[in-house]
Design a protein around this ligand. Structure first.
Ligand SMILES: [Zn+2]
Length: 330
């Protein structure tokens, strides 16, 4: 993920927290009982992505993971790899691919976007040890965690037809940011999401709203080598994110309400950082998208962003919440 601006949006906080009975939009499709989210199967997908190696642009691991991702959408109405080429602040030009899958094409509800980035940062430039800052980031949390949740959701969508179309977008080239790249907006971050937002494929339903997952897999254990920094802490928590509250406060409220009802305590009703992350290009393109993000975990952009600092329980808090939202219909 990218960087924060730490804006205080007190008025929006009141908007989000002040009305729990206002409802969350229409209900063109009847609700359906949500399938169970299998946390262990999801965690296995987090580990599998890391088993390819760090999925940094131009690497064999990046290529291998792309081929694997495209095989992970059983029963989808459509799976495609949206190709584009760009340099990054770390080098290139590189070949990139957003992996897109559609479920529920025929459903009558409003199309929903679910997204996460699958690439890794080329250098662990926030590692506490200067000698390790040229190592690639493994991205167990920063990348693989969000993808793992979405792959398990894909299996649920295959098992039980959703009441609304769902587009899953696994975004490439999020995490090579540092400085400006010609033709892109966010200092080299979020290249894949900006490309997709500006080149939505013909024939793929255009979502009316979206949910981004980033850094959703961290555990609740201190890491002696990586103390909390940049306002972070040692535990999983998802406070309200500023851009999300501006773009779609009703969706923030609904998701945090569901999480509370399901006992998922990581979803906290307090204002957190405002992020430049993959949701912003979609917001700019007219698809109001919220960001579920724990920022920053202690291992963020370090050589310790590995599976042993992640937890299946964290994936479950997010995946279970999303399935409850999807199957309530809209
Ligand atoms: Zn990152």
């Amino acid at each position: 993920m990218a960087k924060s601006r730490y804006l205080l949006l007190a008025v929006l906080l009141i908007l989000v927290t002040g009305c729990t009975s206002c409802g969350g939009g229409g209900s063109a499709s009847p609700p359906v009982t949500a399938p169970e989210f299998n946390r262990d199967r999801a965690f296995a997908d987090l580990e599998q992505q890391c088993a390819f190696g760090a999925r940094v642009p131009g690497s064999q691991a990046h290529e291998d993971c792309l081929a694997w991702l495209q095989q992970q959408f059983p029963g989808a109405d459509q799976v495609m790899a949206q190709a584009f080429t760009s340099p990054t602040p770390f080098g290139g030009p590189y070949d990139f691919h957003n992996v897109l899958a559609l479920y529920g094409r025929a459903a009558s509800g409003e199309p929903l976007l679910l997204c996460a980035h699958w690439d890794c940062r080329p250098k662990a430039d926030r590692d506490p040890d200067p000698a390790r800052r040229d190592e690639p980031v493994m991205g167990a949390n920063d990348g693989a965690s969000g993808v793992a949740v979405l792959l398990e959701i894909a299996r649920a969508l295959n098992a039980s037809a959703p009441p609304r179309p769902v587009v899953i977008a696994l975004l490439d080239a999020e995490d090579s940011g540092k400085e400006a790249v010609t033709g892109y907006t966010y200092d080299g971050f979020c290249l894949g999401s900006e490309y997709l937002a500006n080149h939505w494929p013909a024939g793929l339903p255009r979502p009316v709203e979206g949910i981004l997952l980033d850094l959703v897999g961290g555990d609740n254990l201190p890491n002696p080598r990586c103390p909390p920094r940049f306002g972070g802490n040692n535990y999983l928590d998802f406070p309200f994110e500023g851009e999300s509250m501006q773009a779609h406060p009703a969706l923030v409220r609904t998701i945090w309400d569901i999480a509370q009802r399901r006992g998922h305590t990581a979803f906290r009703r307090e204002l957190g950082p405002t992020m430049v992350d993959d949701h912003v290009p979609f917001i700019e393109a007219g698809i109001p998208t919220i960001d579920i993000i724990d920022f920053p975990p202690p291992e963020w952009h370090t050589a310790d962003d590995t599976p042993e600092h992640c937890s299946p329980d964290s994936l479950f808090e997010v995946g279970d919440t999303l399935l409850q939202y999807i199957y309530r219909g809209k």
